[in-house]
Each structure stands twice: as C-alpha cells, then as structure tokens.
Design a protein around this ligand. Structure first.
Ligand code: ADP
Length: 195
C-alpha cells in the first residue's frame, strides 16, 4: 500500500503514520525526520537545511525529492510506504508522479487530516510538554514564531497539493479534530481496511 498523509503541522500525521506502519508493515518516509537526522549527523545536507527548518520555511524541492527518490527505490519500500510530510509543494507532487511512474508504481490514497488551525498551537505546546516530561528535546521549530511561518508555508505551498490530488480523484479528507482512534478508523475506512 502506498499512501500520502497531508495536513498542517500538529495535525497528527506522525501519530497516524506510526499506527499505519504497525498495521501494514510498511515504512514511514518522513522527510522532516530524514532532514533532522541529516542535521544531527552533521551531514552536508543537514547544514544546508538546518537554518531553513528552524525558521519554519520549506527546504528546496530538489533536496527532498532526492531523499524520497533514494528511499522508494530501496527493498524495504517494495511492499509500499507511507509518505509523511512529502509532497509539500506542487513541484514535489509532480516529481513524485514521475518517480512513481518510472517504477511503475501508483498511490493507493492521499489522506488529508483536516484540522482547525486554532487548535494547532495548543497541540504543539502539548507535544512539547510531553517531550520534556519524557526527558526528550523539543524540536527547534516547535516554537510560536516558527510555527506561524510553518502554517503560512502550509497555506501557501502545501494546501494547493490537496487540490492537486483532489483534481485527480485521489484525495480523501479525514476529520483530524476527532479522537486519535476515530481518526485511525476513518483512515482505515478511506483506504478500505476493516477495523
Ligand atoms: P511538520 O509537519 O510538523 O511541520 P516536519 O517534521 O514534516 O514537520 O518538517 C519539519 C521541517 O522540515 C519543515 O518545516 C521544513 O523546513 C522541512 N521539510 C520537511 N519536509 C519537507 C518537504 N517535503 N519540503 C520542504 N521542506 C520540508
């Protein structure tokens, strides 16, 4: 199964992707996680991405397209994958179409978690509190200033990606304001899996 999860920061993509990974035994490909790993390793790619990410802006399309191109060709992705945080621009969506077509692959569904923007800051603050409580380190971009810029980037650059897939009849919208279990059930319904 090949899925794309769309939704603004704090929508719950990571939580739901984790559940889909367990249920379908396919990997989660999160460009945000890949970029953070590159930053943590001190990789050249990370050096290029770090400041952009901390500000809350999007890194250049070529950078993430290359990351995804490498990953979807790996054997672990042969049975499918969940794209989380990619594509985030129309250019990335077009590039993904090409990458998939080259491999004779298609997407089974594009799921958008639809959430009330007013709830997002509170969700991220809650995630930060839980991270700190668990002894973890809060993401450098999970602060009100960066979040504002991330939301702006989402509205301007990523919201059109939903329209792109809707035009192709691939978009399924799910109410991301429902409980975690309800969202999971709605996603299962959208991809045709019985609970
Ligand atoms: P969130 O969805 O919570 O905003 P992510 O972990 O998906 O967070 O991404 C964090 C940051 O990584 C983004 O704000 C952006 O700078 C960068 N990033 C991740 N994925 C992409 C992408 N597909 N295109 C451009 N930048 C990306």
């Amino acid at each position: 199964m090949r899925l794309v999860l769309l939704g603004p920061p704090g929508a719950g993509k990571g939580t739901q992707a984790g559940r889909l990974v367990a249920k379908h035994a396919i990997p989660q490909l999160s460009t945000g996680d890949m970029l953070r790993a590159a930053v943590a390793e001190g990789a050249p790619l990370g050096a290029q991405a770090k400041e952009i990410m901390n500000r809350g802006e999007l890194v250049p399309d070529e950078l993430v397209i290359d990351l995804i191109d490498q990953r979807i060709g790996e054997p672990e992705c042969a049975r499918g994958f969940i794209l989380d945080g990619f594509p985030r621009t129309i250019a990335q969506a077009r590039a993904l179409d090409v990458l998939l077509a080259e491999r004779r692959m298609n997407l089974d569904a594009v799921i958008e978690l639809v959430v009330d923007e007013d709830a997002l800051l509170a969700r991220v603050e809650n995630r930060n509190r839980e991270t700190l409580k668990a002894g973890g380190v809060v993401r450098a971009d999970d602060n009100p200033d960066s979040l504002k810029i991330r939301l702006k980037a989402y509205r301007a650059q990523t919201a059109p990606v939903s329209a792109y897939y809707a035009e192709r009849g691939a978009l399924k919208q799910v109410d991301g304001m429902a409980s975690i279990d309800e969202v999971t059930a709605a996603i299962d319904g959208a991809v045709g899996v019985r609970a």
